[in-house]
Design a binder for this molecule. Structure first.
Ligand SMILES: *Cc1c(COP(=O)(O)O)cnc(C)c1O
Length: 438
């Protein structure tokens, strides 16, 4: 299996190079040269298989023999030692809970797999890889806990002091060992600027192998297809219903791109809803074929506040830039903040189930899609991307009640914060990185 750049001018590379580089040299995103297909008999064999067995079957095709099956199997076991529940709400609507990992958000699925692949490939060359990430919250915590204790890797996270929630700060600063947190006295843009400068600093380059772990890495995307395949097969085997419609709370559109991969591999998926908040650049494109990104606006579903989604380039690539074909498979629906709050209330009143604001956007979008008469025959799967306790203030304000905090979250709050305070001057970061080396 080889990987191309969406910009088509870089040389094709192996999964190893694509993983360690992240972005292609021509500025494009890596995509597989062809999407592996599962035949009908192969799919039937996977019905009733465990999550990890399905994950293994998919990962094996994408890594194309570059990792021994035994080692790949071990990695998958290490990644997904938690459940992926598929909760039945009514006879035709299900919630897939993707928040049972260590940081209570779906980004654990991608970050944990990327971390192990990075460590594996770095060890092959006897290298130490330094992962440098600027974060405003959620990605950083998944990366911190994903890379925690992975040999041949270490992580340096930059976050803006006082601008992340206490819970997020605890998740960023307590992973320990090979994970270093830098508390920058500035804002997120300062953090990003400093990281960008490090990547082009020739002196640092001669001393360290730097890589980023942002959502454009193909090895963060591949593992997100696992839970689509798992849910589609589980519905068929357990509930006797097929070809579900997935409603996906979308920000950078990595999650829905992974869903598309699962469908192209041959897993039984009927349709997709790209649910967005007021950041509706892709929603508008799906409507009229014009891509006219607007600046980012702040909403209640903060992890989806992206004005110009990076994975849109991959989506376009997979459809050969054919807007009609894309709109045939994916319906874009935007949901306002007031609808988000109403949905948290309505679903709680009807089912006693607490949605986080991102999941509420996806729930609402599915409801609107059905109300306008589309795909009445298809069961619906709403992807739940975060535990409601991660967005306590919003959920409390909607329900006027306390939200129970899971024990593993409370445990993180108890841990000792471990961060190095630095100024927003690049020299501070460069000095820290050089001293790390000694
Ligand atoms: C990152 C994130 C999203 C958006 O996912 P994309 O892959 O960027 O579309 C949705 N919900 C939560 C909770 C997130 O952290």
């Amino acid at each position: 299996m080889i990987y191309f750049s969406t910009n088509k001018s870089s040389t094709p590379v192996s999964i190893k190079k694509a993983t360690l580089e992240g972005l292609a040299p021509d500025g494009g995103l890596y995509v597989p040269s062809e999407i592996p297909r599962f035949s009908e008999p192969e799919i039937s064999l996977l019905e009733g298989a465990s999550f990890n067995n399905i994950a293994f079957a998919i990962a094996k095709k994408f890594t194309g023999g570059e990792i021994s099956p035994a080692r790949l199997d071990e990695m998958i076991e290490e990644c997904y030692g938690f459940d992926t529940p598929l909760v039945e709400m009514d006879g035709s609507t299900f919630i897939e809970e993707l928040f049972c990992g260590p940081t209570l958000a779906f980004k654990d699925y991608g970050a944990r797999f990327l971390a192990r692949l990075t460590g594996y490939f770095a060890a092959e060359d006897d290298r130490l890889i330094t992962v440098l990430v600027a974060t405003s919250g959620d990605t950083g915590s998944a990366v911190a806990y994903g890379f925690q204790g992975i040999p041949n890797t270490r992580v340096v996270l930059l976050y803006p002091s006082g601008k992340v929630s206490r819970l997020q700060e605890q998740q960023l600063t307590t992973a320990g060992a090979n994970v270093h947190a830098l508390e920058v006295k500035g804002d997120f843009d300062d953090c990003q600027r400093m990281v960008k400068q490090a990547f082009v600093d020739p002196e640092l380059k001669s001393r360290l192998t730097l890589t980023s772990a942002n959502s454009i890495n193909i090895s963060r995307l591949i593992p997100q297809s696992f839970y689509y395949a798992w849910a589609a097969l589980k519905l068929k085997e357990r509930d006797g219903i097929g070809n579900p419609i997935f409603s996906v709370p979308s920000g950078n559109y990595g999650n829905i791109t992974a869903g598309l991969l699962a469908r192209k591999m041959g897993f039984p998926i009927g349709h997709f809803i790209a649910a967005s908040n007021a950041n509706d650049s892709v929603t508008r494109y799906l409507d009229d074929g014009r891509y006219d990104p607007h600046p980012t606006v702040t909403t209640l579903s903060t992890a989806m506040d992206v004005g110009n989604p990076s994975n849109f380039a991959r989506l376009r690539y997979f459809y050969g830039n054919d807007h009609r074909a894309m709109a045939g498979d994916i319906t874009g629906i935007a949901v306002s903040d007031s609808e988000t709050t109403e949905t948290i209330q309505a679903v709680y009143n009807r089912f006693g189930y607490i949605l986080d604001p991102h999941t509420a956007v996806a729930w609402r979008a599915l409801e609107l899609h059905r109300r306008s008469g589309h795909h009445p025959e298809m069961p619906g799967v709403v992807l739940s991307t975060a535990h409601p306790a991660k967005f306590l203030e919003t959920v409390r304000a909607a329900l006027h009640k306390e939200v129970e905090i899971p024990a593993r979250l409370l445990a993180v709050l108890e841990k000792q914060k471990n961060a190095v305070a630095i100024s927003p001057a690049y020299d501070d970061l460069a000095t820290f990185l050089k001293e790390l080396d000694n």
